[in-house]
Design a protein around this ligand. Structure first.
Ligand code: ADP
Ligand code: ZN
Ligand code: ZN
Length: 725
């Protein structure tokens, strides 16, 4: 009987390819092979062996195996196979994500080894000719070091290749083996951890023990409570010397402090993984992990696919952060894959946050995850005071009210630092009256109408109601009826001209793009000199600003009335995170939130600073509206050269849904209906049950792939979408 293998390619194809295994060749799932494909020769990954191809089909043989071990270990392969079906993404593309770029291209899975030299026993007492002074010096040096040295280091110490060769010819030194080099690698000196505070100790005692196998826990710890400190202690206490650990973080270039803290305690065991690494660095780290080195990886979402085989602990820091979800292509959630991965590797997973995602909060309070609370700040720091600043009928300059500007002035005069936060999320889709606070609702449903700038239309996202946007407020006739967020482009200029002698530092995507730029910003802030930080979401990410005593939130209302059902959740998370930057030192912090809706229950609850109550409030709303996490949601997006093309594809898709357990909303033009001359639309699916939804979507993807459609039309499915605009 012929042996066959089913093989995945790094192509956006929803199918696998069968090949014959030539006599004498051994292959197993996860292994890289080279196969003939049309006129090309491609790298493939074995998914399965022993499958029977249909009768009478003559299969081409695999050309070669690239290595005789599976590049993807079982856990990683199973994880990615699961993810491919959960996220409805082609299996080949998912599996290849588990390989570093060099290996995807078919490079050998080995490191160009550095040559190293070691001294043979008794060599240092062997007499050398008098004129060979440098050779003698090299020999003494190696003898003093007492361990193998890399050639690079030897040359850097001022010796030459000729001297090395001469000593080798005299058989006084020899090349060191790889194992000798590894074992002799000097550990970097590490610090000892600070003692845990009493509150931290209590939380620590509730963390899962490694012998419990798989458990998922949510560590709810307020900002500055010492979550990072707990992770460090956890790894120190429970990870054995031969185990691996993974710490997922949102965006590494924004959190250099975290990496430094880990390196201080674990030295060489720390490896980082993020998109700014080059191919060589990625291959190096990937191989270290694949070989079973006991590394502790600090990485962004894709690190969850690394080839760990000895995973002892998995931590997801700032688990609520939306950057754990990939925004295009294979739209997976690194956090959710981490939980499944811990299950596959039978190890504990700890999700940590001061503002847990509503999904995780629900899992924790319904008993699916263990809930661990840490509600005290470590050290002297106290939580900040939060207050609402009603800006109705008040003139704004660059989005700032006179009272907010006055508060900034007081702090600057006291030589303190200020943070001005411009919320860009949930930006502009809603029109609001800045005199009376009125926003427009759909007359047919309970949802807000969204503003579409291009045709000045107000549209409902749940039904197809639409109307022209009025020029003045329908409630009080004021002409201050504008999209929320307008005017904040000028915030930085207004601050700079009001405070000409104070540095105004902008922190956003653009100003932090380069490697090290956030470091420079942090350094400037850490001098403690008075300054004004102006920025977006980026400012809410785990930084420690001990001298910031005031936070001004320019526009909270966008998040209250956005059509995106996740906007309130993201608003309170962002505001609590950004507030958490204030008063981390000895100066108590104040947070001022500008709003036209100072009576809004969510904002008032926010001022208590107590996240669990907010989470419960939001959960209750979600339950009332049957939204996630109470129903599964998926989104089908289409974009094409015209809106008609996009909508008609979505109409055709909708017509395919025959299962009445699946509700659909739309199709509708997206909030940003036109981007770079592409017309975008969406169709939303909701269901009580994931099973039927999964199979319906799988069939739908198959239908869409085979449907005749314009060449310029693109579609994609997004499971558990974070943005529904
Ligand atoms: P979180 O991650 O919860 O925001 P961190 O772990 O960053 O909190 O801790 C906040 C600050 O408190 C840090 O500067 C940290 O060094 C300090 N800290 C936390 N726990 C301790 C402790 N047990 N002893 C001394 N300092 C601590
Ligand atoms: Zn009005
Ligand atoms: Zn409606």
């Amino acid at each position: 009987m012929t042996q066959t293998a089913r093989i995945a390619l790094s192509r956006p194809l929803r199918r696998l390819f069968d090949y014959r295994i030539p006599d004498g060749m051994v292959v197993q799932p996860g292994q890289r092979v080279r196969i003939p494909f049309g006129r090309q020769s491609l790298v493939g990954l074995v998914v399965d062996t022993g499958v029977q191809p249909p009768e009478g089909i003559k299969l081409k043989p695999i050309s070669a195996v690239l290595e005789d071990w599976p590049a993807l270990p079982d856990e990683t392969r199973t994880l990615l196979q699961w993810a491919a079906s959960y996220y409805q993404h082609p299996l080949g593309e998912c599996l290849f994500m588990g390989l570093p770029p060099a290996l995807r291209r078919g490079r050998p899975a080995s490191q160009p080894a550095e040559q190293a030299w070691t001294i043979v026993p008794d060599a240092s007492t062997t007499p050398l000719p008098a004129q060979a002074k440098r050779q003698k010096a090299l020999l003494d040096w190696l003898s003093d070091l007492g361990e193998p040295m890399g050639q690079k280091d030897i040359l850097a110490a001022g010796f030459s290749r000729t001297q090395l060769k001469a000593l080798a010819d005299r058989e006084l030194i020899r090349e060191a083996y790889a194992e000798e080099r590894l074992s002799s690698r000097k550990p970097t000196p590490v610090d000892t951890l600070p003692e845990l505070t009493p509150a931290q100790n209590v939380a620590f005692g509730q963390l899962p023990r490694p012998d419990e196998g798989f458990t998922a826990s949510l560590l709810y710890g307020i900002t500055g409570s010492g979550k990072t400190e707990l992770y460090l202690h956890y790894i120190e206490r429970y990870l054995s010397d031969d185990q691996q650990a993974l710490v997922l973080v949102p965006e590494i270039n924004l959190t250099p402090q975290t990496v430094r803290r880990f390196t201080r305690y674990f030295g060489d065991r720390i490896a980082v993984w993020h998109s700014a690494l080059n191919d060589g660095e990625r291959l190096h780290t990937w191989l270290r992990i694949r070989q079973g080195d006991p590394v502790i990886v600090i990485g962004t979402r894709s690190a969850v696919t690394l080839p760990f085989t000895k995973l002892g602990a998995l931590i997801v820091d700032e688990e609520h952060d939306t950057s754990f979800k990939q925004g295009d292509g294979f739209r997976y959630s690194g956090r959710d894959l981490a939980v499944y991965r811990a299950h596959l590797n039978q190890c504990p997973v700890i999700l940590g946050s001061a503002t847990p995602s509503i999904e995780s909060w629900h899992n924790a309070t319904s008993g699916k995850y263990r809930l661990i609370r840490l509600e005290e700040r470590a050290g002297e720091a106290r939580p900040p005071t939060m207050r609402l600043l009603d800006i109705r009928s008040r003139p704004l300059e660059g989005g700032l009210s006179p009272r907010a500007l006055q508060a900034v002035r007081e702090r600057i005069e006291r030589q303190e630092q200020v943070l001005v936060f411009v919320n860009r999320r949930g930006f502009a889709p809603v029109m609001m009256c800045f005199d009376c606070g009125h926003t427009s609702e759909c007359p047919r449903c309970d949802s807000r109408l969204t503003f579409h700038r291009r045709d000045r239309a107000l549209r409902c996202h749940h039904c197809d109601y639409q109307t022209a946007a009025p020029q003045t407020c329908p409630n009080c006739d004021s002409d201050a009826y504008k999209p929320i967020g307008q005017g904040t482009e000028r915030t930085e200029d207004v601050l700079q001209s009001a405070f000409p002698d104070t540095p105004v530092i902008r922190v956003d995507r653009d100003s932090t793009r380069n490697r090290g730029s956030i470091d420079r910003i942090l350094e400037r802030v850490n001098t403690g000199e008075p300054c004004i930080l102006v920025g977006t979401q980026m400012l809410a990410k785990g930084h420690d600003f001990p001298n910031v005593s005031l936070v001004v939130v320019v526009n909270a209302d966008g998040g209250l009335f956005s059509v995106d059902f996740r906007a309130p959740e993201q608003l309170v998370q962002t505001l609590l995170q950004v507030s958490g930057r204030a008063g981390r030192g000895v100066i108590p912090g104040t947070v001022l939130i500008q709003t036209c809706h100072s009576e809004h229950p969510l904002l008032n609850q926010l001022c208590d600073g107590h996240y669990p109550a907010l989470a419960e409030h939001i959960l209750a709303e979600r339950e009332a509206l049957s939204l996630p996490p109470f129903r599964a949601m998926a989104l089908l997006r289409a974009e094409a050269a015209s809106m008609e093309e996009s909508l008609s594809l979505l109409d055709a898709a909708k017509a395919q849904i025959r299962d009445n357990r699946i509700e659909t909303w739309g199709p509708l033009p997206a909030l940003i209906a036109r981007r770079a001359d592409r017309h975008r639309a969406q169709l939303i699916f909701l269901s009580d049950r994931r099973g039927p939804m999964q199979s319906t979507l799988a069939n739908l993807c198959y239908f869409l792939e085979n449907e005749k459609k314009p060449a310029t039309l693109k579609w994609q499915v997004d499971i558990d979408p974070l943005e529904t605009g």
